[in-house]
Design a protein around this ligand. Structure first.
Ligand code: HEM
Length: 495
């Protein structure tokens, strides 16, 4: 299958841009509207957007700049039963990611994505996202500040993770604009009177707009109005007044500066949140920032039709902002110089904060695969773009599938095709499976999977194989054809 500019970037971009409507990935819907609690009844009184931000903070803050360990690595999934990570948020969040994790996007990348999505979907600015984090395989060190943690210990926890005193204050002020403190989690901070039939967890919001990324908490704290900065400022239980201790630790200088920033407060927060989600173990190399693509081939692949002929199928997705209207048709040509295709849109499109998406499906025979090296797309108001392809070898979508046994284990069966050669390709299969002590999947990788010759089709030699793994988490499995150096020549995400 063909992904542009590469598999990981294409998949992550889809999570942002294919937010709602046709071909939606369903991720942004979890925080739409921002008051939504995706992991349980609305009457519980929890908020998924707030949970996502809190969970990433808890995963991040045990980073140690001294030895480059920890940071955003989803170790939090193994640490959910620690007192310092109290509440449903850790497991709710990692479990929500569970059936989305695959070989290209792990739980840690989903944490980063979730912070960006929560903020930008709830009125805040866009926080750029990079991918490439590596999921931890076990728990990390302790060290998340709690309401009762002393100021000194709190500052040294933030300091260990690379955040100065004013960074720490700012980060907390930015985090505590969302969500609530819950009686069910912190009974010493919030009393049982917060519980109502529509708020069974007994949440008391930090400010009057708990589902909007804004500076109301900062204003209420400085002005002494409304919730006055929230229950971690006002609780009569002095040892639990962690926000008051931290905010006043520099005589409120940082909070006053944030107060005066007015509208740009959220941008200051976005910059600091980006630093937080880019705090990763030192062996991690993050990708470039992933940005929306105006013209993007999606689900594009070679395949064999029912008559055994080679076809090139997929869709072109056009992203249009408010001022641009999607063209009525696109022209699609290949390096084979056959007649250009005029492709027209599906009735239903999608949308996100980046604009509207329109999908132009195509399906064309490929008569001479050896000369099929690229295709081009052009349309009114859309400048021509050419996309490289290789037709030497591919994983055959219509002959590859996952099957789940009664015990939940999964078998991936696949067919790979190689043009004009009877040499078997090197196949790598990656399967997200359940692992103990976390809801986060482990992506099991099988290198050099055995294949069996299975005849020929349209000039290609076919090989089949299969791999059985542990209990499937229902994330896409991946079949890749790799070269001798391990570089991926073709990748199919098997759904
Ligand atoms: C000294 C540091 C901090 C302490 C002691 C602290 C403490 C707490 C406590 C006790 C809660 C209530 C959790 C619940 O009852 O469900 C909470 C919620 C929250 N915290 Fe913090 N926090 C700190 C720093 C941060 C930072 C730096 C961020 C973000 C970058 C953050 C983001 C949040 C969010 C979004 C919530 C709301 C969660 C929800 O509604 O489910 N916190 N925090």
């Amino acid at each position: 299958a063909f992904f542009y500019p590469n598999v990981q970037t294409s998949l992550v971009e889809g999570i942002f841009v294919d937010a709602h409507g046709a071909h939606a990935t369903g991720f942004v819907d979890a925080v739409t509207p921002c008051t939504r609690y995706v992991s349980g009844a609305a009457t519980v009184g929890r908020e998924t957007a707030a949970q996502w931000v809190r969970v990433s903070f808890h995963d991040f803050v045990t980073h140690h700049t001294s030895d480059g360990s920890g940071g955003l690595d989803a170790s939090i999934g193994f640490e959910a039963d620690r007192a310092e990570n109290a509440g449903a948020a850790m497991n709710d969040t990692i479990r929500f990611f569970r059936n989305r994790v695959n070989a290209k996007i792990g739980s840690a990348d989903f944490l980063a994505l979730s912070v960006s999505v929560a903020v930008q979907n709830c009125g805040g600015p866009i926080i750029p996202v990079r991918a490439g984090r590596i999921d931890a395989t076990g728990p990390g060190p302790f060290g998340v500040p709690a309401p009762t943690t002393t100021l000194n210990d709190t500052l040294s926890m933030f300091g260990g993770a690379g955040m100065s005193q004013s960074d720490a204050i700012t980060l907390v002020a930015c985090g505590h604009t969302f969500g609530a403190v819950h009686h069910g989690v912190f009974p010493d901070v919030v009393g049982p009177d917060a519980i109502t039939p529509n708020n069974t967890a007994g949440g008391v919001n930090f400010d009057d707009s708990p589902a909007v990324f804004d500076d109301h908490n900062v204003h209420a704290y400085i002005d002494g109005t409304g919730a006055k900065g929230g229950t971690l400022v006002t609780t009569p239980n002095v040892t639990s007044q962690s926000d008051l201790r931290l905010f006043s630790s520099d005589n409120n200088a940082t909070l006053l500066a944030l107060y005066n920033e007015q509208g740009s407060f959220v941008n200051t927060c976005a910059t600091l949140f980006q630093r937080m989600i880019e705090t990763v173990p030192s062996n991690v190399v993050l990708s470039d920032v992933i940005t929306p693509q105006t013209l993007k081939p999606v689900n594009s692949t070679l395949d064999f039709d029912t008559n055994g002929n080679l076809i090139f199928t997929g869709s072109i997705r056009v992203l249009s902002n408010e001022s641009a209207v999607a063209p009525e048709s696109l022209t699609h040509t290949t390096s084979l110089n056959s007649t250009a295709l005029n492709i027209t849109p599906e009735d239903e499109g999608g949308y996100s904060i980046y604009g509207n998406t329109t999908f132009y499906p195509f399906n064309q025979p490929i008569s001479k695969p050896s000369a099929f090296t690229s295709f081009s797309v052009i349309g009114s108001g859309i400048s021509s773009e050419t996309f490289a392809v290789q037709a030497q070898t591919f994983v055959v979508p219509s002959a590859s599938s996952n099957s789940e046994s009664e015990d939940g284990t999964v078998t991936v069966s696949f067919t790979v095709a190689v043009l004009n050669s009877s040499t078997a390709p090197i196949v790598k299969v990656s399967i997200p499976v359940v692992q103990p002590n976390t809801f986060g999947p482990l992506v099991e990788i099988f290198n050099n999977v055995a294949v069996t010759a299975a005849g020929t089709k349209a000039g290609y030699s076919l090989f089949t194989g299969s791999v059985s793994a542990g209990v499937w988490t229902h994330g896409t499995t991946e079949v890749a054809i790799v070269n001798g150096s391990g570089n991926e020549l073709d990748v199919l995400m098997v759904v």
